[in-house]
Each structure stands twice: as structure tokens, then as C-alpha cells.
Write a protein that binds this ligand. Structure first.
Ligand SMILES: Cc1cc2nc3c(=O)[nH]c(=O)nc-3n(C[C@H](O)[C@H](O)[C@H](O)COP(=O)(O)OP(=O)(O)OC[C@H]3O[C@@H](n4cnc5c(N)ncnc54)[C@H](O)[C@@H]3O)c2cc1C
Length: 448
């Protein structure tokens, strides 16, 4: 049975040129860039603080290099500089010859992100989940939100979906993909956590790496017998051998339909039960872990893949691996095809062995048109929910790449409003000039 709601008059809570829904890396970059380019801007975020997976799920590694040089700058570089000033980020020792160029402290990055938004005068509403959009004549006029004081509307001229799940775009009627072509399964999720009470001296005294490796074999045997939860063996082994207190552990898989609230609740609870079981066994089996305790966990389960909204161009595996260049480029991408097993083994599957990697020294272009549509003229979508295949997403989902999309689309939105045109009609060469002036690395752009 359905419930019928009588027509209501909804008060307007706030109004701006540009409304960004979702305050993860993509949404922050979009909102800050739009505001800096002169548009009044609102950001709506359902959690208590912005940062999305970077802060609330403790995902703290950034990828900026093609393994020879850094090719992702702009707002990403600005965040690194600000985080360095706060002592919240470190460069990888292999910089810039490794993909993973920076590691940050999520608490510090939360502060960096909120400062950026405040300084740009973005009106930021946390604790506010997006409801239904109001669509009239092919344009979004407002989005509804349920506040503690009742239902309200947030009105705007351009809307940017940065929810990671494509909530706004899909509720507005946009087509989308979800999961692998063959079975609809999305990449595995991970609960990231930190520990304290690790004793590196005890680990070394018991035989160091050799002793830990032997313990990992015990864990694998127990797992195969169903006595120990699944785990990412590579990451787990590395961390058991090297981790110190406060390091962040990215190795605990869970799977399911992340768009089903009841199921994701179950997944989150299961992940926490698995962590408790890990520790019970590690204290007994792994040297140096006898007194280890849980220090923190991601407030949210780490989600890698959700709805992929269908845009004007769809980023796929070949565009990534062949390092394709695009006339409407808004920045570069470097990350590999990196698929975390949708069946939950905890393993990362690189296509055909190591062939998921781009050739060192090369990068692909992130096109503006993977974030735009001609179905709803005043809508953009950035970050995890932009237009990709399952494989294309596995590369471009990383935070720095999502921020490239956010900066490009946020800037485009503000400039298009100033010109009085839609984003799809804004001259891309002019946008690219502006992005370069704002520090974005943008090279080898072919003619249209
Ligand atoms: C375990 C794990 C490890 C990873 N490893 C790396 C890594 O090493 N390096 C890397 O760069 N990337 C990594 N990633 C990927 C990366 O973190 C995400 O793909 C990236 O954060 C996506 O950015 P986003 O802004 O598009 O989405 P998100 O970070 O998911 O942010 C979306 C935001 O929108 C908000 N939101 C959602 N729905 C609504 C709504 N209806 N109303 C209001 N707000 C809403 C959310 O609360 C969230 O804050 C990893 C991901 C996971 C899960």
C-alpha cells in the first residue's frame, strides 16, 4: 500500500546560484571552485562533517603522480600545502615516482576542507540529507530537505550531484548503471580502522617478518576453514609486519547492496564483528599484537562503487589504459584499473595480472562531458557518480581524480552562469584557460 501526501507549500530554507549535494572530495572541490569563480554557493552534506570517504571512512592516501611526475595539482595541491602547514600530511618517500604520493591524517584534512569552504564563503549545511528534487521544464528548480523544523526547499540555478551515489541525478530521472555488466555486483566495501597497543619490539624479538609471515599462513588456514573472516592478505600481511600505533588499516572487506539502508546497516555491523574477531586471533597468533586495541574506526563503511550516472561521455577501461587525451579535458588521471573483489574475498583484482596499470609517465584525460548531460540542462555530476563503466570507475574513483572533476565542473558552472548559458554550451577552451590559471595541470589537449 502507498501513502498519499497532500500538496504542501514548502518554505525556502536557502537559495544560491549553485547548489552542491554531497560534501566528499568531489563536492568540496566543486563548491569551493564555484564560489571562488564568483557564484553564491550552497553545499549540503548528510554527515556531521565534510570530506566523504577521505575523512568519515578514514581513506587517507592521495594519488597525484604518473610515477615520473606530478600531474594533479590545482585544489589538490592547495589542500596538501595547507595540510602540510598543520602537520597533517606526509609525502610518500618514493614521491613522485610512486602513484600514492601523499598520506594524510583524516582529522586534519577535515579541518583543511572546512576552512577552504568557509574562506570561499560557501554556505555549508551538514546534518542535511538531500530529498526529492523539484524538476520543471527539464531543469531542477530546488531540492527538498527534511530539517528538524520540518520540510524545506533549497533553490538554485545549477545543481551539482556529488553524493557518490547519484542520489540527485537519479531522483531527477537520469539513467544510470550499477555494478558489473555480468551480475550487477559493485566493488567490495572496506571498514578502515586504527589500532593502539602494538609492540614493535615484541614483534622484532619474536622473529620480525618471518614470524609474522608464519602467522599470516595460520590466518589463511583458519579463514579457509571458516574460523576467521575474509581479509585482504597483501595489505594485512604488510600492516602486521610494519604497522605502528595509529596507522590506518585498509584490509577488512564486506559486500552487499550499498543502496539498501537495511543491508548496509547489516554490512557495517558485520564489519565491526569481523574486526573484533581479527583482534581476538591476532592477540594470540601474531607477535607484537598481544595488547592491541581498537583506537578508531571509520564513522562510515568505505564504499567504492555505487550508481554511475549516464552522461554525454562515458569513461571506460580503454580510455584509461590507453591514456587517451580528450578535447574537453579538465585534468589528468593516473590511477590503475583497481577492482576490489565484488564477491568479498578481500582481494584486489587487477585486469590481466598487472595490465591494469598505465605505462609509467603517461596519464589519461578526465573529460568535462562525463559530468554533464543534455537531458537536464542545469545538472552536473562529479566524483564517484560521474559517467563511467564499472572498470573506468575503478580508476577515476580515487579522491584526487574526483577533486579534478569537482574543480572543473564547479568552475564551469560559475562561468556559465556569468555568461548566461548552460554548462554544455560554455566554450571549453575558455574553461581550460581558467583552470590552468587556477593551477590545474592540463597538458596535451587535442583540438576538438
Ligand atoms: C576502503 C577504501 C579505500 C580507498 N582507497 C583510496 C585511496 O587509497 N586513495 C583514494 O584517493 N581513493 C581511495 N578510495 C576511493 C575514494 O575514497 C572515493 O571514491 C572518493 O572519496 C569519492 O569521492 P566523492 O566525493 O565522489 O564521494 P564520497 O567521498 O563518497 O563523498 C560523497 C559525500 O556525499 C554525501 N552524501 C551522500 N548522499 C547524500 C545525500 N543524499 N544527501 C547529502 N549528502 C549525501 C556523503 O555523506 C559523502 O560525504 C577508497 C575507497 C574506499 C572505500
Amino acid at each position: 500500500m502507498d501513502i498519499h501526501i497532500p500538496a504542501q507549500r514548502i518554505p525556502i530554507l536557502a537559495e544560491a546560484d549553485i547548489v552542491v549535494c554531497g560534501g566528499g572530495p568531489a563536492g568540496i572541490a566543486a563548491a569551493v571552485s564555484a564560489a571562488r569563480a564568483g557564484a553564491s554557493t550552497i553545499l549540503i552534506e548528510r554527515w556531521a562533517t565534510v570530506g566523504g570517504m577521505a575523512t568519515n571512512a578514514l581513506v587517507n592516501a592521495w594519488h597525484r603522480s604518473d610515477r615520473e611526475k606530478v600531474v594533479i595539482d590545482g585544489l589538490v595541491e592547495e589542500c596538501c600545502v595547507r595540510a602540510e602547514a598543520g602537520g597533517w600530511i606526509r609525502r610518500d618517500p618514493g614521491y613522485p615516482r610512486v602513484h600514492e604520493t601523499h598520506w594524510f591524517e583524516p582529522e586534519g584534512m577535515t579541518v583543511v576542507f572546512h576552512r577552504l569552504l568557509d574562506e570561499a564563503k560557501v554556505r555549508t549545511f551538514c546534518h542535511l540529507a538531500l530529498g526529492e528534487p523539484v524538476v520543471e521544464d527539464g531543469r531542477i528548480r530546488a531540492v527538498l530537505v527534511d530539517t528538524k523544523r520540518g520540510r524545506r526547499a533549497i533553490a538554485g540555478r545549477i545543481f551539482i550531484d556529488a553524493t557518490g551515489d547519484g542520489d540527485l541525478a537519479v531522483k531527477a530521472g537520469m539513467p544510470f548503471g550499477y555494478g558489473r555488466e555480468e551480475d550487477g555486483l559493485v566493488q567490495g566495501c572496506t571498514l578502515v580502522f586504527g589500532l593502539h597497543g602494538i609492540d614493535p619490539a615484541a614483534r622484532a624479538a619474536a622473529g620480525g617478518d618471518a614470524a609474522v609471515n608464519a602467522a599470516v599462513e595460520v590466518l589463511k588456514t583458519m579463514r579457509d576453514r571458516g574460523e576467521f573472516p575474509p581479509f585482504n592478505v597483501g595489505n594485512c600481511g604488510h600492516l602486521l609486519r610494519n604497522a605502528r600505533d595509529h596507522d590506518l588499516w585498509n584490509m577488512l572487506p564486506v559486500i552487499g547492496d550499498i543502496l539498501d539502508e537495511e543491508e548496509i546497516t547489516r554490512m557495517n555491523v558485520l564489519a565491526r564483528e569481523r574486526l573484533v574477531r581479527y583482534l581476538e586471533v591476532w592477540r594470540r597468533e601474531v607477535p607484537g599484537f598481544a595488547s592491541a586495541q581498537i583506537e578508531r574506526t571509520g564513522h562510515a563503511l568505505g564504499v567504492r562503487e555505487s550508481r554511475r550516472v549516464q552522461g554525454l561521455k562515458t569513461l571506460d577501461r580503454d580510455m584509461v589504459l590507453q591514456a587517451r587525451k580528450q578535447p574537453d579535458a579538465i585534468g589528468h588521471g593516473v590511477w590503475m584499473i583497481d577492482i576490489h573483489d565484488p564477491k568479498g574475498s578481500g582481494y584486489t583484482t587487477y585486469l590481466n595480472g598487472n595490465k591494469g596499470w598505465l605505462v609509467a609517465g603517461t596519464s589519461y584525460h578526465i573529460p568535462l562531458s562525463m559530468c554533464l548531460t543534455d537531458r537536464i540542462a542545469n545538472l552536473g555530476f562529479v566524483g564517484r557518480c560521474a559517467s563511467t563503466t564499472h572498470e573506468g570507475l575503478s580508476s577515476v574513483r580515487v579522491q584526487t581524480h574526483c577533486m579534478v572533476m569537482g574543480q572543473g565542473v564547479g568552475t564551469c558552472a560559475a562561468l556559465a552562469l556569468q555568461r548566461g548559458c548552460d554548462m554544455t554550451d560554455f566554450p571549453v577552451a575558455e574553461l581550460q584557460r581558467r583552470l590552468r590559471a587556477d593551477g590545474v595541470h592540463l597538458q596535451d589537449v587535442p583540438d576538438a
